[in-house]
Write a protein that binds this ligand. Structure first.
Ligand SMILES: [Zn+2]
Length: 199
């Protein structure tokens, strides 16, 4: 139980740092990714039956073409996919299958799986992409920065020394998305091995 509480506390702290872009080494630094402004408009197809905006995450959950959607792993309550509009290479989303807005709405089993997969994802990104660090974050509600506010998702973002400089120099160009296929090929086998080990 204590272990679970500690894990959740760390998780929320990491999320807070991610959202506020805190950096303990110096002045506040910001990741700037203007292409993400298109996320809402490019990913809101209409539901033909209800004529309502379809949730893009539910669409990925229900679509069987994982390669097309860059889904790296499907587990009992969760999928993991590459972010199609990444801050940098290897930016992944951990998405609970249930369409729920906030962490407290999930069952303990769903929450446990979420925490477990966040930990495994962090390890894989550091090992496979040789990142120096990882941001783990969640934005709950639109004012907090959630681009899809009604379906909770966790960002896991590999970080390299001095990548803030790199990103600010190249931020006007969507250079990252062209590497999605390559990143997918690198990460997919790693996540498949996680699936085998936690089944
Ligand atoms: Zn949804």
């Amino acid at each position: 139980m204590l272990k679970k509480v500690v894990s959740l506390s760390l998780f929320f702290y990491a999320g807070l740092c991610f959202c506020m872009n805190l950096n303990s080494d110096g002045p506040t630094q910001f990741l700037y990714a203007p292409w993400r402004n298109n996320y809402g408009s490019e990913h809101k197809p209409k539901d033909a039956v209800n004529n309502q905006t379809e949730c893009p995450l539910c669409r990925n959950v229900n679509d069987s073409d994982d390669r097309k959607n860059f889904i790296l792993l499907r587990h009992k309550h969760t999928i993991i996919q590459l972010n199609l509009f990444p801050y940098n290479k290897g930016h992944i989303l951990i998405v609970p299958i249930s369409h729920k807005r906030d962490l407290h709405e999930f069952t303990p089993e769903e929450q446990f799986e979420l925490i477990k997969l966040i930990g495994e994802s962090s390890r894989i990104l550091q090992e496979s992409l040789k990142s120096d660090g990882v941001n783990i974050g969640v934005n709950i509600g639109k004012p907090a920065g959630a681009s899809i506010p009604n379906h909770l998702h966790i960002h896991v973002l590999p970080r390299w020394q001095d990548d803030n400089y790199f990103l600010s120099m190249l931020a006007q160009t969507r250079i990252i998305s062209v590497d999605l296929n390559k990143i997918y090929e690198i990460l997919k086998p790693q996540f498949e091995s996680v699936l085998r080990s936690i089944k």
